[in-house]
Design a protein around this ligand. Structure first.
Ligand code: PLP
Length: 394
């Protein structure tokens, strides 16, 4: 499998997968092949190339939908999780599903992309309510469930990009259904690392990004439960999503086309499907196993270092991500030495989660995040590097 990933030739211990993953040859080739031999705009053309491109785009939709257990029409292509959440928040307001006086429930764990789009709705008389985490940044599902009364919609991360906590979405969705609360899951980290099946979960909406699961950047998806497809207003309007247009008014195409105005990222969709094919073949159960093994090995090794503070659950609820700080040393200095001296790539800073940083009482953390091509050797190199950082700067 390692030979599938050309980036490994760089001999970099790449531990920044929560930011973006690397691509296997299969994805790179699928995108190159599209541009080389099938490039044309979709849907509107009747020439051969346009029909080929349309078929590839729609096949990609089928494949990505299958990956999460959705029907193709429930899968809207977007530019990524951020664009999906902007889409769904605006569409819910435009469609009158969310109305003045409604309350949206969020948590302190959320990425800015699952916070700012909802903050924007305040001007429509929507209010936000938050479930807090504990001092280590751990979210309790029971606290989320207790806070649901009187709430219209819960928008929650499925897996924290800072602490790696895998939120028990099944439990939360189950309670939400009983209380009549709509649920949107930010699946940016969840979908790449854990098998998600919306047909069993009964979610309302789910957002995720291709680039965090071996696919291209600028590509993502929004799952919309079919019960909303007819009445949900599109976020973007314009070319490609219309039925009949007059100077005064227009009708829209059927879903999901009505949600995809303008020329989409066609090659991105093809690359996304190739990434999903790769994950299907590799097996999500293997992805989950590798992520868990590396996470528990990293936690075990980092616990040996008495100058390291760990955040998050630090138990089996945590997967694919470890977040920590080195006593007395700024995270950026840690990352610089790891990069320059050990070729270990980690991410430092607030990880687009400033409220969580404030809650943890830190300006930022160091974050190592894993994916299927990582090995224990990468973790060992990280630990060796941290020991040196401590000796040199601590
Ligand atoms: N939500 C979470 C939990 C994330 O980790 C990220 C990206 O890091 C996002 C949302 C935003 O994803 P994108 O930048 O692909 O839109």
């Amino acid at each position: 499998m390692l030979e599938d990933f050309p980036f490994l030739e760089r001999k970099i211990h790449y531990l920044d997968n929560a930011a973006t993953t690397q691509r296997p040859n299969r994805v790179i080739e699928a995108i190159a092949n599209f541009y080389r031999s099938h490039n044309a705009n979709i849907h509107r053309g009747i020439h051969t190339l346009s029909m080929e491109a349309t078929e590839m785009y729609e096949k990609a939709r089928e494949r990505v939908a299958e990956f999460i257990g959705a029907k193709p029409k429930e899968l809207v292509f977007t530019y990524g999780t951020t664009s999906s959440i902007n889409f769904i928040s605006r569409s819910l307001i435009e469609s009158g599903v969310l109305r003045e006086g409604d309350v949206i429930l969020l948590t302190t764990l959320e990425h800015h992309s699952n916070l700012l789009p909802w903050q924007r709705l305040k001007k429509y008389g929507i209010s936000l309510k938050f479930v807090d985490v504990d001092d280590r940044g751990v979210l309790s599902e029971d606290d989320v469930i207790s806070a649901m009364d009187g709430v219209k919609l819960l928008s929650i991360t499925g897996l924290s990009n800072v602490t790696g906590q895998r939120v028990n979405i099944e439990k939360v969705v189950d309670a939400a259904k009983k209380k009549g609360v709509l649920v949107h899951v930010d699946g940016a980290q969840l979908v790449p690392h854990v098998k998600v099946d919306v047909s069993k979960l009964e979610l309302d909406f789910l957002s995720f990004s291709a680039h965090k699961m071996l696919g291209p950047t600028g590509m993502g998806a929004l799952y919309v439960n079919e019960k909303y497809l007819e009445n949900l207003e599109p976020f973007l309007v314009g070319g490609g999503m219309i039925g009949r247009v007059t100077l005064e008014s227009s009708t829209f195409a059927d879903p999901p086309e009505k949600f995809e105005a303008g020329t989409p990222n066609i090659a991105g969709a093809v690359g996304f499907a190739a990434a999903v094919d790769y994950l299907f073949d590799f097996g999500m159960e293997n992805v989950e196993r590798i992520d868990r093994e590396l996470t528990s090995y990293a936690l075990e090794r980092l616990r040996e270092l008495d100058f390291v503070t760990l955040y998050g659950p630090t138990d089996e609820r945590q997967t694919s991500i470890v977040s920590f700080n080195v006593e007395g040393i700024h995270p950026h200095d840690v990352a610089t030495v790891l990069d320059e001296e050990f070729r270990v790539a980690i991410r430092t800073g607030h990880h687009c989660a400033q409220p969580l940083m404030r809650r943890l009482g830190v300006a930022g953390t160091c974050r190592a995040s894993f994916y299927l091509y990582n090995t224990k050797e990468d973790v060992d190199k990280l630990v060796e590097g941290l020991k040196r950082v401590r000796e040199w700067i601590g």
